[in-house]
Design a protein. Structure first.
Lengths: 483, 464
C-alpha cells in the first residue's frame, strides 16, 4: 500500500506539482486506510464524490500548498452532498440544502472533502461516547476513548487516515481529543472562523478549528479558514499568514502558567511533562512565571449555565416538522414534540437541554444566567490583565490521560471535569491549542495547552513549532489500526 | 353600574415595509405565492445564523422619533423560547430587555396624551392555515420585520381607544414605515381591558388580534359590559385571553393567563449589541416628515376649514404639496378648495401625482392669487385646468375676468339695446328676463366678465 499520506504536506505538494502522484492517488489511499479503520472515525464517507472531485481539479497549483489534499469534516458542519448527522439519530438522514461557509472555503482552495467524522451527539460530551453511531477509539490504544467531542476528527488525523480535519470547540472539543490522540488542534479566537453552517451547540462559545499532524500544517489550514463571511454577525475573520512566525527564536518571550493549571487535580505524569517544557523554554531564553488568574476556577459551573442555556434554545428547532426525525402516531402537537424529541435525542443531549432550560426558567435567569455572564466577563478581564504582561499562557490541556471506553459513563459530570482546563479559554473568547509534548509511561500522548491573546494565533504557532522541533516526537500511533 | 371606569391599553404589532426580512435576505412580501419568499434561515435549518437588516433599524427609529420615544443607545436582541409550529427556530428573536424606544406618547384628538411604554423590534411568525384537520404553514411571513408598540393603560373609553388606534395608524402611515393595512394583518391590535370602581386596576383581559378600528370599539363595549355584569353578580374575574367575533359582536374565551408563560428570555448570542450615536439618530431625523397633529395645527392657523383639514390629512400627497406653501402668503382656503376639488379630480382621472404636473410652486401661487383677486372665476379655472396642469406656459391673461366698470357698462349697454323685448319683459315684472340678459352679457364677453359686477350694473340700468 502507498504511504504518501505519511509524508508532510510540503513533500506531498512537491509530488503533486511534479505530477508524480495525483489527487486521485491520495483519495484512493485515504479510502484504503478507511477500509482498515477499526476506530469508527467516520459517520459518512463519500469515495465516489471525492474521486470525482479529485479528477476535476485540473492542473496542480504550485502556489497553493493545500491543492488536492484530502480533508475530513466533523459531522456538525453542514454539506449538500453528504448527510450531516451531528452524531444524532435526530439527523440520521438529514441532508442540508446549503453548504457551511468553511465548505465553500475548502472547495475554493481545491481541497477534497472525503467524509464526515464521528462526534459526540450535538458535540455534547468529551469522550465521543454519546454518539448515536458508537464511540470512537483511541489510535494509541483501541480500548481507550479518543476524547471528544471532535473524537472522529482527532482519531482520523492521528491514525494518518487524513492529514487534515476540522473540529469544533465549545469547551475543549478540539483541544481535549487532540491531546488524547497526540495531534495538534487549535480553537481559534472567537470570531476568527465563520460559524455559518456549524450546527450550533452554544453560540457564544462555538468555534471551528483545524486538527492536524503538526504545527505548520495546522497554521497552513487556518490560513484558508478566516475569509470574511457576512452571514455570521459574530465573525470578524482577519485573514493573515499564520505560519509567518514559525521558526523564529523564542528568547525574550514571557510565558505565564496559571496556578490553577498546575494544581493537584492534574495527573502527575501530565504535570511532569509540563515541568519539562517549562525548563526547556527557560533554557532557551523565555521567562516562565506562575500566575494567579482570578475566576478561572468558576469556568465549569459557568459553562453548565451558559453553554447549556444556549444549547436548550439552539436545539429547539429539532421539532420533527421541517427536517430530521419525526415521530409517528402522535395524537396532538404536544405529544408529537414530546415523542420526536424523546426518541430522536440521546440521554446526554436530553439531560443538557433540561439543565439548560432550567437555568433559563423564571427567576433562574437572574439567579444563575445573568450572574454567570458577569463572572464570564471577569474571566475575560483576568486574562486581559495577564496578557498585558505575558505573551502566552501555557498549561496542560487535560487533567488526565485517555481512559477506558465505558468508564465514567454513569457520571454525567465527568465530561465537564474533563474540560476544566479548556473551558476558561472559550469563556474569554481566546485562542487555545493543544500540542503534543510527550508520552506517559503507558505510551499515551500528553498534550500541552497554549493560550494566546485574542487574534494572536501566529504567536502560539511560533511557540508550538519551537516545542515540536525541540522534542521531535514520533507521533505515529503503533496501535492495532496501523498494522 | 355607571360608576365603573374602564381602563384600556393597546398593543400594536406593525409589519414594517422594508424590502427584505429582518434576519434574512428573503423578500419581505408575505402576499406572494405561499412559501416562495423563503431561504434556509427562515426555515431554521441547522447551522444558520441571523443577519440583521439595517433598514429595519432605520424604520423602527423613525417610528420611535414620530412617537416621541426615548431612543436606546445600546441595545441587543433576546430570544423568546416556546414551541409552536409557526415558530421554526423554537424561539422568536425580539427585544425584551432593551427595546429600541421607551416612554413616548401619542396625542389624541382631544389633546390628551396616551403614554407609549415601549417599542421593540421583533420577527413575525409563519402564517398557519388550518384546513381539513391539517395545518399548513406559509413561511413567507416568517421573519417579516415587526415593531410592537405598547401603550400605557391610559385610555378610559372606547372613543379614546378608537381615536388612539386611528391617530396611531395615521401617524405611522405618514412616517412611511408600514402600509398599515389592518384587514391584511400588517397592523394588528391586542386590546387590554379592565374595569374598576376606584383607582385600583381591575382584573384585565386581553382581546387578541382585533381586525378593524370599529371592532375595537365593539369589543370594548362588549367586554366592559361583560365584566361589569360579572362583578355585579359577584363572580370572580380571571386574567384571560379572549378573541373578538365580529359576526356576533362578542368576545370569546380562549385561555386563562393565570400560569405566567415561561419564555426563558436570554440575550441572542448570534447578534452583537447595536450601538446608536447622535449621528445615526440625526440621519434618521432628517427623514422625519411633519406629522398629522402638527399639520392640523398649521392648517387651523391658516383658517382652513375642519372638513378640508381632515380631507387633506387623508390625502398625504396633497397635504405634502400644500405644505410647500406654508411660508407663503396665499389664501389657504382657496388653495385647499382647489386642491381637494378640481385638482384632486384631475389627478384621479389622469392617475398622476401632483408632483408630476406642471403645477409648480410659482404657478400655483399665481393661480390662487388670480382666484383670490377674482381675476379668473372658479368656472374659468375649471375650464382651463388641463392647460394649467399640462402646458409649458401658463396663459391666464387671455382668460382673465373683466372687472372694469367701463368695459362691463359697454357690453351691458349693447345687450340692452339688442334685446328690447327682454328689457320690456323685466320691467313688466318677469324677473327671469334679467337672467337671460345676464347670460347674453357673459356670452358677449366670452365669459370673462365678473358676474357679480355684471348683475349689479345690469340691475342699475334696468331699474333706472
Amino acid at each position: 500500500m502507498s504511504k504518501y499520506l505519511d509524508l508532510g504536506i510540503n513533500e506531498i505538494h512537491d509530488l503533486l506539482v511534479k505530477k508524480e502522484i495525483t489527487p486521485v492517488d491520495l483519495v484512493n489511499e485515504v479510502f484504503d486506510r478507511i477500509d482498515l479503520d477499526k476506530l469508527n472515525c467516520f459517520i459518512t464517507t463519500d469515495k465516489e464524490g471525492a474521486l470525482k472531485r479529485a479528477e476535476s481539479l485540473g492542473e496542480p497549483d504550485e502556489n497553493n500548498i493545500l491543492w488536492g489534499l484530502p480533508i475530513a469534516l466533523k459531522d456538525n458542519m453542514v454539506t449538500t452532498n453528504m448527510r450531516t448527522t451531528a452524531g444524532s439519530k435526530m439527523l440520521e438522514n438529514f441532508v442540508s440544502v446549503y453548504d457551511a461557509h468553511i465548505v465553500d472555503l475548502i472547495n475554493e482552495n481545491k481541497m477534497i472533502i472525503i467524509g464526515k467524522t464521528n462526534m459526540d451527539e450535538f458535540a455534547m460530551g468529551s469522550s465521543n461516547q454519546t454518539s448515536y453511531f458508537g464511540p470512537v477509539r483511541n489510535p494509541w490504544n483501541n480500548s481507550l476513548v479518543s476524547g471528544g467531542s471532535s473524537g472522529g476528527s482527532a482519531s482520523s488525523v492521528s491514525s494518518r487516515i487524513v492529514p487534515f480535519a476540522l473540529g469544533s470547540d465549545t469547551g475543549g472539543s478540539i483541544r481535549q481529543p487532540s491531546s488524547f490522540c497526540g495531534i495538534v488542534g487549535l480553537k481559534p479566537t472567537y470570531g476568527r472562523v465563520s460559524r455559518y453552517g456549524l450546527i450550533a451547540f452554544a453560540s457564544s462559545l462555538d468555534q471551528i478549528g483545524p486538527m492536524t499532524r503538526n504545527v505548520f500544517e495546522n497554521a497552513s489550514l487556518l490560513n484558508i479558514l478566516c475569509k470574511k463571511d457576512k452571514r455570521d454577525l459574530t465573525h470578524i475573520g482577519k485573514e493573515e499568514d499564520f505560519t509567518r512566525l514559525i521558526g523564529e527564536p523564542i528568547s525574550g518571550m514571557k510565558i505565564a502558567i496559571p496556578e490553577f493549571y498546575i494544581s493537584d487535580v492534574i495527573d502527575s505524569q501530565v504535570l511532569d511533562k509540563i515541568n519539562d517544557i517549562r525548563k526547556l523554554l527557560e533554557d532557551n531564553g523565555a521567562t516562565v512565571e506562575t500566575v494567579k488568574v482570578p475566576y478561572i476556577d468558576y469556568a465549569v459551573p459557568l459553562y453548565q449555565i451558559i453553554a447549556l442555556g444556549e444549547a436548550s434554545s439552539n436545539l429547539a428547532r429539532f421539532d420533527g416538522i421541517k427536517y430530521g426525525y419525526s415521530a409517528k402516531n402522535a395524537k396532538n402537537i404536544d405529544e408529537f414534540y414530546k415523542k420526536t424529541r424523546s426518541e430522536g435525542f440521546g440521554d446526554e443531549v436530553k439531560r443538557r437541554i433540561m439543565v439548560g432550560s432550567f437555568m433559563l426558567s423564571g427567576k433562574n435567569v437572574s439567579e444563575y444566567y445573568n450572574k454567570a455572564l458577569k463572572i464570564r466577563k471577569s474571566i475575560s478581564n483576568s486574562f486581559e490583565e495577564i496578557f498585558k504582561e505575558y505573551d502566552l499562557v501555557i498549561g496542560p490541556t487535560t487533567t488526565c490521560l485517555p481512559y477506558e471506553i465505558g468508564e465514567f459513563l454513569q457520571d454525567p459530570n465527568r465530561s465537564f471535569v474533563d474540560d476544566v482546563l479548556t473551558i476558561p479559554v472559550n469563556m474569554a473568547g481566546l485562542p487555545g491549542m493543544s500540542v503534543p509534548i510527550g508520552f506517559s509511561k503507558e505510551h499515551l500522548p500528553i498534550g500541552m495547552q497554549i493560550i494566546g491573546n485574542k487574534w494572536e494565533e501566529a504567536v502560539m504557532y511560533k511557540l508550538a513549532a519551537f516545542i515540536e522541533s525541540k522534542l521531535s516526537l514520533d507521533l505515529v500511533p503503533g496501535g492495532d489500526n496501523n498494522e | 353600574m355607571s360608576n365603573y371606569k374602564p381602563t384600556i391599553g393597546i398593543e400594536v404589532h406593525l409589519e414594517l415595509n422594508t424590502d427584505a426580512k429582518v434576519f434574512s435576505l428573503s423578500k419581505n412580501n408575505y402576499s406572494d405565492v405561499a412559501n416562495t419568499n423563503i431561504n434556509e434561515i427562515d426555515l431554521a435549518y441547522p447551522g444558520v445564523l441571523p443577519t440583521f437588516n439595517k433598514g429595519v433599524l432605520d424604520k423602527a427609529l423613525l417610528a420611535c422619533l414620530g412617537l416621541n420615544m426615548n431612543i436606546s443607545r445600546k441595545m441587543h436582541f433576546d430570544r423568546k423560547n416556546y414551541y409552536y409550529p409557526d415558530l421554526p427556530k423554537g424561539y422568536q428573536i425580539t427585544q425584551f430587555n432593551t427595546p429600541i424606544g421607551l416612554n413616548g406618547y401619542l396625542t389624541l384628538s382631544t389633546g390628551k396624551k396616551v403614554g407609549i411604554s415601549d417599542i421593540h423590534i421583533e420577527e413575525d411568525t409563519c402564517k398557519s392555515l388550518h384546513h381539513n384537520g391539517k395545518t399548513l404553514l406559509n413561511y413567507n411571513r416568517c421573519g417579516v420585520p415587526l415593531i410592537e408598540i405598547v401603550s400605557c393603560a391610559d385610555m378610559n373609553s372606547k372613543e379614546e381607544a378608537m381615536d388612539y388606534a386611528e391617530r396611531l395608524r395615521e401617524t405611522l402611515l405618514y412616517l412611511g414605515v408600514s402600509d398599515c393595512k389592518i384587514e391584511e394583518g400588517s397592523m394588528r391590535f391586542d386590546v387590554n381591558i379592565s374595569v374598576s370602581k376606584d383607582d385600583t386596576l381591575g382584573v384585565r383581559s386581553e382581546i387578541k388580534n382585533i381586525g378593524s378600528i370599529s371592532n375595537i370599539g365593539d369589543a370594548i363595549d362588549y367586554e366592559v359590559k361583560r365584566k361589569i355584569e360579572a362583578l355585579e353578580n359577584g363572580e370572580e374575574l380571571l386574567f384571560e385571553t379572549r378573541r373578538f367575533d365580529s359576526d356576533t359582536g362578542k368576545t370569546i374565551f380562549m385561555r386563562t393567563k393565570d400560569t405566567n408563560n415561561d419564555y426563558r428570555y436570554f440575550p441572542e448570542p448570534d447578534i452583537p449589541y447595536i450601538y446608536l450615536d447622535e449621528d445615526d439618530i440625526l440621519s434618521v431625523k432628517e427623514k422625519l416628515v411633519m406629522l398629522p397633529k402638527e399639520r392640523r395645527e398649521e392648517y387651523k392657523k391658516r383658517s382652513i376649514s375642519n372638513i378640508n383639514i381632515e380631507k387633506l390629512i387623508a390625502n398625504k400627497e396633497l397635504s405634502d404639496y400644500l405644505n410647500i406653501f406654508l411660508d407663503e402668503n396665499i389664501d389657504f382656503n382657496i388653495a385647499s378648495n382647489i386642491l381637494l376639488g378640481d385638482i384632486s379630480s384631475y389627478l384621479n382621472k389622469t392617475r398622476k401625482s401632483i408632483f408630476d404636473t406642471k403645477l409648480d410652486k410659482e404657478r400655483f401661487i399665481i393661480v390662487v392669487n388670480a382666484l383670490k383677486a377674482e381675476e379668473i372665476s372658479s368656472k374659468i379655472f375649471k375650464e382651463i385646468l388641463n392647460s394649467i396642469m399640462e402646458d409649458d406656459a401658463l396663459d391666464l391673461d387671455s382668460h382673465k375676468q373683466v372687472n372694469s366698470d367701463e368695459k362691463i357698462i359697454e357690453i351691458v349697454t349693447k345687450v340692452i339695446n339688442d334685446y328690447p323685448d327682454s328689457v320690456k319683459d323685466y320691467k313688466n315684472g318677469k324677473d327671469n328676463a334679467i337672467k337671460f340678459l345676464m347670460g347674453m352679457c357673459m356670452k358677449e364677453s366670452g365669459g370673462k366678465l365678473n358676474p357679480k359686477m355684471v348683475m349689479d350694473i345690469l340691475q342699475d340700468f334696468l331699474n333706472k
